[in-house]
Ligand binder design. Structure first.
Ligand SMILES: [Zn+2]
Length: 250
């Protein structure tokens, strides 16, 4: 009986979620926006964030500006989705990407996260448990601002790359010079100083220099390199998309 009740609750929850999602899709139905990740068209994207950013989140796949930018860049400018077998490490896999990457990349696609159950492998990126030169690509977005020794993590990502491999690394850049202080551990203080309760620093424009010091050559990619000006709003690639850092071993 208990099993039946629990099953009924699960089905009811699933149904509520589904009808909520259908209602949301209907509310946002239209063609003025199109998500390059899932190809869904919408009147607008959904608002997103605590201080809501309007026109940000895809109502179908949940992608944000930076995800749509990354997707276009990966599809247009990298070898990620070509047919050749490759080994790819995806750190802290975003739900809007994981299944799509798995389908396109195949068995060489490995997801990893510090927390167990969020990815195939539980990995601390300060100590990546893979051999030198074992990956064709590493993708790591909005992770390093949570990592105590980010320099070590950068060096590790470089180490596991093949000689001709590449890493796409993104962080939020919210100031000029990077601000960090390992003695600050109080979540409220971190939120005040670094912008989020679990961030250990606030990155500045010198992020590129930090990657270079870890032995990576960095190409900074901006939205204008992957989208025409009249597509920026339609594809939801507004300022919040930020920049991409395409890194290769030096
Ligand atoms: Zn989408």
């Amino acid at each position: 009986m208990r099993w039946v009740a629990s099953r009924v609750r699960t089905v009811a929850r699933r149904w509520a979620r589904r009808s909520h999602s259908l209602a949301r899709r209907a509310l946002y139905a239209g063609t003025r926006r199109q998500c390059p990740v899932c190809a869904h068209s919408a009147r607008r994207f959904l608002p997103y964030g605590i201080v809501a950013r309007d026109d940000a989140r895809c109502p179908a796949c949940g992608s944000l500006e930076r995800h749509r930018f990354v997707w276009l860049y990966l599809a247009q400018r990298t070898n990620l989705f070509d047919a050749r077998p490759k080994r790819v490490l995806h750190v802290a896999p975003e739900p809007c990407f994981a299944e799509r990457f798995a389908k396109r990349i195949g068995p060489g696609y490995i997801t990893a996260d510090l927390q167990p159950n969020l990815a195939a492998e539980s990995i601390d990126i300060e100590h990546i448990p893979h051999r030198d030169g074992s990956f064709d690509a590493v993708y790591c977005s909005h992770v390093l601002e949570h990592v105590p020794d980010d320099r070590r993590a950068m060096t590790e990502m470089r180490r596991v790359l093949k000689d001709d491999g590449w890493a796409l690394i993104l962080v939020p850049i919210t100031t000029d010079r990077t601000i960090e202080d390992p003695s600050i551990t109080d979540p409220m203080e971190r939120e005040r100083l670094f912008g989020q309760h679990d961030h250990v620093r606030r990155y500045g424009r010198d992020f590129v220099q930090r990657l270079e010091e870890a032995g990576l050559g960095v190409t900074v990619v901006t939205v204008s390199q992957v989208a025409r000006a009249d597509d920026v709003v339609r594809l939801g690639l507004t300022a919040a998309a930020g920049e991409l850092y395409y890194c290769q071993r030096r």
